[in-house]
Ligand binder design. Structure first.
Ligand SMILES: Nc1ncnc2c1ncn2[C@@H]1O[C@H](COP(=O)(O)OP(=O)(O)OP(=O)(O)O)[C@@H](O)[C@H]1O
Length: 339
């Protein structure tokens, strides 16, 4: 791995064997995250964003099959972990999760226990992974609550999650996730359930924490507006595959995959779209049991060419600026964008 590389996924596959057939939820995903970088992962519901994140954490549902590929992590400590080779729930995987990767979710109660105070939960993690004594752990926990901008951090330590508002619970979960100073934070739709004001505050907070600590973030969302706010680079997923990756500027100003363009067209623009029906992407995401032949997006693509797009799987086209797109005609879009 290059020196700046923190996380590397190479041709990762995750399958769900179901009565109706095999669902290839993650179908050859390759992406990387550099140290200190924020990678946004976008795509419609069911595109495989969360299952890919769970594959990194070795937290796949019981009925999932890790069906191939390589996942490597090289945290700030300089060690290298072959995550794809670690057993689910093994001591080694728990150590990586506790020491090097933090995770936050849409629903804070997935991470927080309802029967322990916020302070107990953070202190237990700190004591276990950082070897601090009780007093030092409590001081660090209060410090963490202050860092996530919780008012009266000392008193907050003694609160149970149900005593906090939604936004405050989200902050408590973030404090827990960053308690051991991870090199990577995986954020799976952490602001989706929040109102816009609280969402903006949480995004600000994550940006601040990222800048202070230099941790990298994989930020999963279906919302391009959120991506514009937080990401340095973006990977767009469709039906278990990454179809485009680019810097945040290139994604917005020079998208090369028709799926990315269609997603961008469905974003409301302030002032322009008020009172007008928004374009949505035509067609439905196909049934995961019968993924279309050729390019999986071809039945919904306004640029699809019969005999090509419905027959041949598009190769990944790589551009000089680092952008890549899995589309037979990505070169044409590249020329149009720069004309
Ligand atoms: N426990 C499961 N059993 C069977 N299939 C599953 C399971 N979890 C996920 N899948 C399959 O994997 C696909 C990808 O799911 P995933 O949760 O990664 O999508 P996503 O892009 O994160 O969507 P969302 O934005 O809705 O969370 C789903 O469409 C579904 O077909």
């Amino acid at each position: 791995m290059p020196a700046e590389r923190l996380l590397d996924l190479e041709d990762v596959h995750v399958h769900f064997p179901m009565r109706e057939g095999l669902v290839k939820a993650v179908n050859g995903v390759t992406y990387h995250v550099d140290k200190g970088e924020v990678l946004g992962i976008v795509g419609e519901s069911g595109s495989g964003k969360s299952i890919t994140a769970r594959a990194i954490m070795r937290l796949l549902p019981r009925n999932a099959q890790a069906a191939g590929g390589r996942i490597r992590l090289r945290p700030r400590t300089g060690e290298e972990f072959e995550l794809s080779a670690l057993e689910r729930n093994s001591r080694a995987v728990r150590q990586v999760r506790g020491n090097h990767i933090g995770m936050i979710f849409q629903e804070p109660m997935t991470a927080l226990s309802p029967v322990h105070t916020i302070g107990d939960q953070i202190c237990r993690t700190i004591q276990l992974h950082m070897g601090l004594d009780k007093r030092a752990a409590r001081a660090r926990a209060a410090d963490l609550l202050a860092r996530v901008r919780m008012p009266r951090p000392q008193q907050m330590l003694d609160n149970y999650p149900h005593q906090l508002s939604g936004g405050m619970r989200q902050r408590a979960m973030i404090a827990l996730a960053i308690s051991c100073n991870p090199s990577l934070l995986i954020a799976d739709e952490p602001t989706t359930a929040l109102d816009v004001t609280t969402e903006a505050q949480i995004l600000d907070l994550l940006r601040e924490l990222q800048a202070e600590s230099g941790m990298a973030i994989v930020f999963i969302t279906h919302n391009f507006g959120v991506v514009a706010d937080i990401a340095d680079r973006v990977a767009v997923m469709y039906l278990g595959r990454i179809v485009e990756t680019a810097s945040v500027d290139d994604i917005f100003y020079a998208p090369k995959h028709p799926y990315t363009r269609a997603l961008l067209n469905s974003i409301p623009r302030l002032g322009v779209d008020q009172g007008r029906r928004l374009p949505t992407i035509p067609g439905m995401v196909p049934d995961p049991f019968s993924v279309p032949a050729g390019c999986a997006f071809n039945p919904r693509c306004t640029h699809a060419v019969a005999g090509v797009c419905d027959v041949e799987t598009p190769p990944q086209r790589q551009f000089a600026n680092g952008q890549s797109a899995r589309c037979h005609f990505a070169d044409t879009f590249a020329e149009a964008a720069h004309a």
